[in-house]
Design a binder for this molecule. Structure first.
Ligand code: AMP
Ligand code: MG
Length: 470
């Protein structure tokens, strides 16, 4: 067994983690293996056995550990959290010298499990697989899914379900909450080590803590505009679920919207709408403010000067966000050039879509074939908008339809599709999972054989809530 591990996180001081082997499971069975990703990582698939992916055998060169972190959950300080059911096996170095964490999620209890069982069940594991891989195919920075094993164990949630383990790949699993962990303990030395580690790993051009902060702000502003452009709602943007690398992480109660409602929330525990679709930029900025506050003592010795610099960096969030948002939504309308009225043109469509509860994905996709008006219930409202849009398109020079079709997916991981795939998997039929997964690999193509997967759900099949019962 020779995975090319090089474990830089395990070389950090002991207070960054607890060394912990995965807890063995009774009957590991390989359910899904992402051979394309394995190839990109330079992994030999014959080495990715069920025993290894279940944690029953620890591969040579691995340094299994559970990471320590803290965080704010729904705006409240939770103190220490940490990997309660994820084990970092090690870091894989790809043939082109990139470094990725390989984590087993659902690998058993750790010192950070609190009341939890350290396990995951098949439903949420398949959901994370489908949605994270779909995000990757859409071009959204994200953690990846390498494999799913079933464990032969029964997992108790609202009912009992088959246990499963997801192998997750990420540039790293370092979070805003990792910084908060040491800031809360007033451990400047650890913070400095963490800053250095993250700069080396993710922001090699950054100069010090301020440069790092600026890098994360830019990465997160970019990320959230992509979420917005695909109608994606993360659902639990807690500081422990926001990566420093700028990758989407933690696919628990997330979902892509069907009918457009800017205030849409999916998570059953988000009663206040804190993480609604239209709140996501503000919540990202809130999390980044927490990161900035952790970094203050490293930004400048003089506290007033540190505040001024951190504030200036944080102010850039909305500047970058707005510029990226315009780029994302211009492309969705077929626009490449920039004009002053573009933001109000975009918002004009969004307002009409919201008033109609128009399907987010289907309406944007229909812009490219001239049928978008059918999704807007008030024809006058559509016509008044379309006039301005057509005039604006007339001032573009390139192939506007190609621009739209490259920005507006034909197929997304709709909740009802994901739920159907999970239901079938629970009866032992993995075919719908594999078919959906294949369809989501080419989200911008209208593939005839997948027409049924592009159907807009009836209101009765819309699933308005996803659960944290992961
Ligand atoms: P999340 O809401 O998934 O970001 O998780 C928040 C915290 O709960 C993290 O510390 C997780 O590791 C922990 N956690 C979630 N599910 C479990 C579980 N089944 N067993 C142990 N810890 C868990
Ligand atoms: Mg989490």
């Amino acid at each position: 067994m020779a995975l090319a591990f090089d474990n830089s996180y395990a070389r950090l001081p002991e207070k960054f983690y607890t060394r912990q082997d995965p807890v063995a499971v009774p009957a590991p069975d390989l359910a899904v293996l992402n051979t394309g990703l394995a190839a990109d990582l330079g992994l030999d698939t014959t080495e990715l056995t069920a025993d290894i992916l279940a944690g029953n055998t620890v591969p040579e060169g691995a340094a299994p550990l559970a990471q320590a972190y803290s965080g704010h959950q729904f705006g409240h300080w939770s103190g220490q959290l940490g990997d309660g059911r994820a084990i970092l096996l090690g870091e894989v170095i790809t043939p082109d010298k990139q470094r990725f964490d390989m984590v087993l999620k659902g690998a058993g209890r750790t010192p950070y499990s609190r009341g939890g069982d350290g396990r995951a069940w098949l439903g949420p594991v398949l959901r994370e697989y489908l949605v994270s891989e779909a995000m990757f195919s859409l071009g959204v920075p994200t953690t990846r899914a390498l494999a799913v094993v079933t464990t032969g164990e029964e997992i108790l949630r609202e009912d009992t379900y088959p246990g499963a383990i997801l192998t997750r790949i990420a540039a790293s699993h370092i979070r805003v909450g990792t910084f908060q962990h040491f800031a809360a303990a007033n451990d400047l030395e650890a913070l400095e080590i963490l800053v250095q580690h993250v700069i080396t790993r993710h922001y090699p051009d950054a100069k010090g803590a301020l440069g790092l902060l600026e890098g994360v702000i830019k990465a997160q502003a970019n990320l959230v505009t992509k979420w917005m452009g695909f109608g994606f709602i993360h659902g639990v943007m807690n500081t422990d679920n926001m990566t420093i690398s700028g990758e989407t992480i933690d696919y628990g109660p997330c979902a892509f919207m069907d009918g457009f409602d800017p205030e849409q929330v999916f998570s059953s525990i988000d009663q206040m709408g804190r993480y609604a679709w239209d709140q996501q930029p503000d919540m990202a900025a809130w999390n980044l403010t927490q990161l900035a506050s952790c970094l203050l003592p490293l930004i400048d010795n003089e506290s007033e000067a540190a505040l001024v610099k951190a504030r200036a960096a944080l102010e850039q969030f909305s500047v970058i966000y707005e510029a990226e948002w315009l780029k994302v939504f211009r492309a969705k309308l077929g626009l490449v050039r920039a004009e002053d009225g573009d933001a109000s043109l975009i918002n004009g469509l969004l307002t009409r879509m919201a008033a109609s509860g128009a399907d987010f994905t289907a309406t944007f996709r229909a812009l490219g074939n001239g049928t978008a008006g059918t999704h807007i219930t008030n024809p006058g409202a559509w016509d008044s908008w379309a006039q301005g849009w057509h005039a604006r398109l007339g001032r573009e020079t390139g192939d506007t339809v190609a621009v739209m079709n490259a920005a507006n997916p034909a197929i997304i991981a709709r909740n009802y599709l994901v739920e159907d795939a999970i239901s079938a998997a629970l009866t032992g039929d993995m075919a719908p999972f594999f078919r959906l997964n294949t369809a989501l690999e080419k989200p911008f193509d209208d593939v005839a054989e997948f027409a049924d997967l592009r159907v807009i759900p009836e209101p009765s099949t819309k699933i308005y809530q996803t659960f944290c019962g992961t």
